[in-house]
Design a protein around this ligand. Sequence first.
Ligand SMILES: [Fe+2]
Length: 181
Amino acid sequence: MRMEFLSMPILITKFENHKEIKSKLLNDIEMTSKNNLRDDYQSISNTDWHINSKMDRPYYETIKPIILQTLVHLINDLKLADLGVEYNLTQTNYWFQQYEQGDFHTWHDHVSSFYNNVYYVELPENGAKTTFSILNKEYEFDVKEGDILSFPGTIFHCSKPNISQSRKTIISFNTDFNKKG
Ligand SMILES: [Fe+2]
């Protein structure tokens, strides 16, 4: 057996209107039905993960421009049009997560997703960024509040415990790449 490597593009894009929409988005999230998730794999104080993936949330209209901007970046920056095949790139689901102090999410993937995207709505200075693991080596990228991190759904990643007293809030959404016909 031999092991070869391909480098994988990770995109970090900024949502320029983040400051303008942040408080509305947090209010919209506040009005959304939410649960906590606490087991060996995660401790997440608030999430709407349990809501049917096809159902719209109160914050959908507010995050629609972020989703659309991300789809355009994936198409352009990954040069999908240059593949020479007709395709549909779609957002399949979305959900929010709020990490209070000590909250975490252990290693997992989004294996059925083309690219997974994380929008950092609230990210304290020393708050946990997304950590990736490839062959036991960990990677973190310099992301800030208002950024969208896009990465292939097969990469294992986690959110290490939030050591900040401030809350971390993210909205995550998966995408599908389907060849037409
Ligand atoms: Fe994830």
